[in-house]
Design a protein around this ligand. Structure first.
Ligand SMILES: Nc1nc2c(ncn2[C@@H]2O[C@H](COP(=O)(O)OP(=O)(O)O)[C@@H](O)[C@H]2O)c(=O)[nH]1
Ligand SMILES: [Mg+2]
Length: 377
């Protein structure tokens, strides 16, 4: 029976076969207004009756009451780029804010194929069994091109999505990393307000996405493979330094011994690196997302981390500085957007660019000219 063969060992055999209603489709591109998404026809969704518009209070109460449908619609609102939606989303978030923050935020990175999704699913199922409410989000700045390369595939988290206490949200298609980040952060807050106490954020190592996810989570986990040098694994310089734990995955079958050897090697190397979090020593561990071995251990490491850093005040201090960083990154994003959307800037750009490329205008002067045009309004 092929299904049985593919089933990870941590999944109970008697699992039902109904599919997740909790896996949500990402929002396609920018929304265009306050219209009902069901009628947009970009996906295979059946055209349904127009849904009632929710008020700010409907959103707030629904999210706080743990209503899944409203939670999903609130996240869709938060992910929208339409001006009317942005304003309403901010109003909703303002009311939800006092109910946020009571979760452990864990970021998970690693090269494609290392087993991030499998690991998140195994950990998620494990945590649900322990009585946690788990939200899984993805930050994938490339997804606007690849249409959700991570978490996009429903079947991927088939087991976790059957857990009533789990909620899975694919990466928003925000265009820029800034857009994706804002949406993911706000989605994380909405999930917290809705009672999720563990937030797992998967990211691929595209561009600055690891740094970005590091800046929104408490604990940052780097998944690795044994038997491949860092370069082979495509691990970018500096990513190990961001991690609160290295987890060598696929420590099963023939690979187990090699994984254990790799753990020893990494632990030796980690000795010489500054820790990612003050007062915490980053160590290497092994696990098998396929069999579930080591999942409980890594969770206890994460719990230990939370306790240790909370007692030292580091946990709260990091969250405070993350929030401030977020404020300024939004200011920067906003300024950038305003600049590039400015009509006069847009009009003059082709000419200025041509002059620069053809060598008639120095880059510095070009920048000054553009800023002058933008500021002289
Ligand atoms: N043997 C083994 N295979 C694994 C393990 N974890 C993931 N895989 C397999 O590795 C492949 C990539 O896993 P996936 O979770 O999609 O990786 P991601 O790209 O990092 O999200 C899949 O075929 C998984 O079944 C593991 O612990 N052991
Ligand atoms: Mg994946």
């Amino acid at each position: 029976m092929p299904d049985e063969k593919q089933r990870p060992e941590w999944v109970p055999a008697e699992g039902g076969d109904e599919y997740a209603s909790s896996v949500m489709k990402g929002v396609q591109g920018g929304h265009d207004g306050m219209r009902d998404h069901a009628s947009r026809g970009t996906t295979s969704r059946k055209p349904g009756p127009r849904r009632r518009q929710l008020s700010v209070d409907d959103h707030v109460q629904g999210v706080l009451n743990g209503d899944r449908t409203i939670l999903a619609r609130t996240i869709t609102l938060v992910e929208s780029n339409a001006q009317g939606h942005i304003e309403m989303a901010q109003e909703v978030l303002k009311h939800l804010l006092p109910h946020t923050g009571h979760s452990i935020r864990v970021g998970i990175t690693g090269v494609p194929g290392v087993g991030k999704s499998t690991f998140i699913e195994a950990l998620g199922v494990y945590l649900c069994k322990q009585g946690h409410k788990v939200a899984v989000l993805a930050v994938d700045p490339s997804s606007s091109i690849t249409r959700g390369s991570i978490l996009g595939d429903k079947t991927r988290m088939e087991y976790l999505s059957r857990e009533p206490a789990a909620f899975i949200r694919p990466s928003p298609t925000g265009g820029t990393l800034g857009g994706v980040t804002r949406k993911s952060r706000e989605t994380m807050l909405v999930c917290e307000a809705s009672g999720f106490d563990v937030i797992l954020v998967e990211t691929v190592g595209v561009g600055q996405s690891e740094v970005t996810v590091r800046s929104m989570v408490d604990f940052f986990l780097l998944l690795m493979l044994s038997g491949a040098g860092d370069e082979l694994q495509g691990i970018k310089k500096g990513v190990i330094e961001l991690a609160d734990a290295l987890l060598i995955n696929k420590a099963d079958g023939d690979n187990k011994l090699r994984a254990q050897a790799a753990r020893t090697e990494y632990n030796r190397a980690l000795h010489y690196l500054a820790p990612a979090t003050e007062g915490w020593r980053t160590r290497a561990y092994t696990c098998s997302a396929a069999t579930g071995e080591g999942i409980d251990k890594i969770w206890s490491v994460i719990e230990d981390f939370c306790q240790t850093t909370s007692e030292a005040g580091v946990f709260a201090a990091r969250r405070r500085s993350q929030t401030l960083e977020w404020v300024y990154s939004m200011v920067e994003d906003h300024l950038k957007t305003r600049f590039y959307q400015d009509t006069r800037v847009r009009e003059i750009r082709p000419q200025i660019e041509k002059d620069v490329v053809e060598g008639h205008l120095p880059a510095t002067i070009a920048a000054q000219d553009l800023l002058k045009i933008y500021e002289d309004r």
